[in-house]
Design a protein around this ligand. Structure first.
Ligand SMILES: *[C@@H]1O[C@H](CO)[C@@H](O)[C@H](O)[C@H]1NC(C)=O
Ligand SMILES: *[C@@H]1O[C@H](CO)[C@@H](O)[C@H](O)[C@H]1NC(C)=O
Length: 480
């Protein structure tokens, strides 16, 4: 089983690599002779970087392409892999919204001309795209909790609005949905044929890009997209912390983490020089340029193959992009070492993890509600969850990233339940801090549900180093 999984993983990664190297050459932004920074192709194949075998050199252009997540041939994935005597009980999906227009503009430049209407003869395309538009344009009635009802159901501006989901973003999630449908519905029959609204649990933040991403995923996923069976709840917090958001110690960790970020930036003279050059090009003070978070906009240019902006003073170029992107990668590395972000993450992710295990425990009791849960969210949602689970090595959430919790039952021992954790199709169960040692002792390719429950209820707070062993105490620790 393990060998077969590894083989499939290699196949999937080989396909990804082939696509990446091909598209690298297609991008006119990138010279055909892209320097490989001395990395062997073997080390570039992984989705989870492996600190043991991967050299510490990272290629900013390669990382940026992974982040764009440009739709290509259907990707292979490890979701739903289990021995025959296991039955799938429930699935919990956390997604980041798909490709979007920037949230910030680079001051005094023309913003990138990207069309956010959905058009069949424009790439990338998905066979369900037209049906999706036609279904969405028929409206929803009252399928959402207020204030979601006021949001458009699909992107529709000929020049994208700030933060708007693009056609690429819609296609990414139609693909996610279709992939999950083939595995969870067709293969594992997660939902009965006469499934009803209460078998789904759907929650999204109040942004059009998250609602639309969730709808696109569901449209690809569900056998019949019936508005009467869809009910999206609104989540006001990007941490999905519902009624448990008040946590002073979490905010203290965040402030320290931001201070760390600031100090690291000051140490990087090449970065400061790059911001200075770019500020000169667009003719604003360096401080103002930096505050406009130019990498967000530059990534949009990069992912959409649109040249970086020029003024009469010159052009923003690939070298600027590489310096800022490299710094981002460096920042993530230091973030792991200093562990302040881990503290923030443990407290930030606890409420949603607690909610998830609650849902899993109800399913183990034979309840048939909420068998498929979907949280349509942001990078600032997925990052803390990954980090809190001990997956701090995982890459920054790309567009349309998906993190999935699968709950399984051993048919031979019906009282035993197990979980699998998958990030972008890769099985990361045994990379988590609650199951790192388990597979060395057990031949089962899964983690006992109790491990996850114990971790969320108590053990995750150990990482904070204090005496608190529950959320309330850890959030109100005095000595911090
Ligand atoms: C990127 O744009 C250039 C010209 O603007 C074009 O020649 C090239 O084919 C494009 N690449 C892709 C992948 O669309
Ligand atoms: C965790 O979930 C249980 C129900 O499953 C709930 O009673 C409890 O308040 C939750 N705790 C937090 C901190 O969210």
């Amino acid at each position: 089983m393990l060998f077969r999984n590894r083989f499939l993983l290699l196949l999937a990664l080989a396909a990804l690599l082939a696509f990446v190297s091909l598209s690298l050459q297609f991008f006119h932004l990138i010279p055909v002779s892209t320097p490989k920074n001395g990395m062997s192709s073997k080390s570039r194949k992984r989705i989870m970087p492996d600190p043991v075998t991967e050299p510490p050199v990272t290629d900013p252009v390669y990382e940026a392409l992974l982040y764009c997540n440009i739709p290509s041939v259907a990707e292979r994935s490890m979701e739903g892999h289990a021995p025959h005597h296991f039955k799938l009980v429930s699935v919990h999906v956390f997604i980041r919204h798909g490709d979007r227009y920037p949230l910030y503009v680079i001051p005094k430049t023309k913003r990138p001309e990207i069309d956010c209407t959905l058009v069949a003869n424009r790439k990338p395309y998905h066979p369900k795209l037209e049906a999706f538009v036609s279904h969405m344009s028929k409206g929803s009635g009252a399928s959402f909790e207020s204030p979601l009802n006021s949001l458009p159901l699909y992107p529709n501006h000929p020049l994208c609005e700030m933060g708007e989901l693009t056609q690429t973003g819609v296609v990414q999630h139609l693909q996610n949905g279709q992939l999950l449908r083939d595995i969870y519905l067709k293969k594992h029959k997660l939902l009965p044929n006469d499934w009803s609204a209460d078998q789904l649990y759907l929650e999204t933040t109040g942004k059009s890009r998250t609602l639309q991403s969730g709808l696109a995923l569901l449209y690809g996923f569900l056998p019949d997209f019936d508005w009467k069976k869809i009910y999206f709840r609104h989540q006001p917090s990007a941490l999905f912390c519902s009624g448990s958001c008040y946590c002073p110690v979490r905010n203290q960790y965040l402030e320290k983490e931001q201070r760390r970020q600031y100090l690291l930036r000051l140490k990087n003279s090449q970065l400061e020089k790059t911001y200075g050059e770019m500020a000169k090009i667009v003719d604003v003070p360096t401080k103002q340029l930096r505050a406009a978070n130019p990498i967000d906009s530059m990534l949009c240019h990069f992912c959409h193959n649109v040249s970086f902006p020029c003024t009469r003073n010159g052009c923003v170029d690939m070298e600027h992009f590489k310096v800022i992107k490299t710094h981002q990668i460096e920042d993530e590395r230091e973030r792991r070492e200093k562990k302040l972000y881990l503290g923030y993450s443990v407290l930030g992710a606890h409420p949603i993890l607690n909610q998830t295990i609650g849902r899993m425990q109800r399913a183990t009791e034979g309840r048939k509600e909420e068998l498929f849960a979907l949280y349509s969210a942001h990078d600032v949602t997925l990052s803390p969850v990954l980090s809190a689970l001990g997956l701090s090595e995982a890459r920054f959430p790309r567009f349309a990233a998906r993190l999935i919790f699968e709950l399984w039952q051993d048919r031979g021992k019906p009282s035993e339940h197990s979980v699998r954790i998958l990030y972008n199709g890769v099985d990361v169960t045994f990379h988590t801090s609650f199951c790192q040692d388990h597979h060395k002792r057990s031949p089962k390719p899964m983690c006992p549900l109790e491990n996850l429950v114990r971790f969320v209820k108590r053990d995750m707070f150990v990482a904070l180093g204090g005496s608190g062993t529950n959320y309330y105490d850890a959030c109100h620790r005095e000595e911090f």
